[in-house]
Design a protein around this ligand. Structure first.
Ligand code: Y39
Ligand code: FE
Ligand code: FE
Ligand code: FE
Length: 231
């Protein structure tokens, strides 16, 4: 704890090195929120019975995007959106392909489990080391991300038996991308005082809990989680 307190006191939010790293991490979050907004609109088309709820989630994602844009402006940082688009390309293409094929289970795994768990891990680790302005924004956002994760968990739990095989396949296809993404941002995250080990740990806890809530056994969860590690 004392170590964290000392570390935060020494973060210079206006240093060139901080702002340079922030230009990529902030862009990733802005682009991520934009894509999440679009993904929930697509999911609303795939799940017309839950259209209202999904459109509400998509609107929350656009508010998140606006909040994080304000965080960048507050630090006088220009987000590197080109970098961020490339960062999400793999998951983006897999989501698009699945949507075209009507594979709602794969779409839910990518957005509501993988991306939401990634967001929750990143925001939880960021909050204690954020500047005051960004901390308040991020605290409001992360609460809503839990409700997005919950949407995916509830739907997949209700449809577990029919979804199991597709979930396994989608996990195998997409979890390795998350580890590659984490490796790509590790150096920039470290400049923001976010440790890669802490991000990995928080992600695994969220994702493992989600798989358990959906109905996977501990044995299944171990097997599913192992797919990332070889990437
Ligand atoms: O559902 C959502 O709002 C998720 C889109 C937002 C993505 C956040 C991605 C966070 C990754 C940041 C990595 C920083 C180390
Ligand atoms: Fe989000
Ligand atoms: Fe969001
Ligand atoms: Fe979300």
């Amino acid at each position: 704890m004392q170590q964290l307190v000392d570390q935060i006191k020494t973060i210079d939010f206006q240093s060139e090195i901080y702002k340079d790293a922030y230009s990529r991490i902030n862009a990733i979050v802005i682009e991520g929120e934009q894509e999440a907004h679009e993904n929930y609109i697509t999911l609303a088309q795939l799940l017309p019975a839950q259209e209202k709820e999904l459109i509400a989630l998509s609107k929350m994602e656009s508010r998140h995007k606006k909040g994080f844009e304000a965080c960048g402006r507050n630090l006088k940082v220009t987000p590197d959106l080109e970098f961020a688009k490339k960062f999400f390309l793999g998951l983006h293409e897999n989501f698009q392909t699945a949507a075209k094929e009507g594979k709602v289970v794969t779409c839910l795994l990518i957005q509501s489990l993988i991306i939401e768990c990634f967001a929750i891990a990143a925001y939880n680790i960021y909050i204690p080391v954020a500047d005051d302005f960004a901390r308040k924004i991020t605290e409001g956002v992360v609460k809503e991300e839990y409700s997005h994760l919950n949407f995916g968990e509830v739907w997949l739990q209700k449809n577990f038996t029919e979804s199991k095989a597709e979930l396994e396949q989608a996990n195998r296809q997409n979890l390795p991308l998350v580890w590659r993404m984490l490796n790509q941002v590790a150096d920039d995250a470290k400049v923001l005082a976010m440790e890669k080990d802490a991000l990995v740990e928080d992600f695994m806890i969220q994702y493992g809990d989600a798989l358990s809530n959906i109905g996977f056994t501990t044995r299944d969860i171990m097997r599913l989680s192992a797919y990332g590690l070889v990437a």
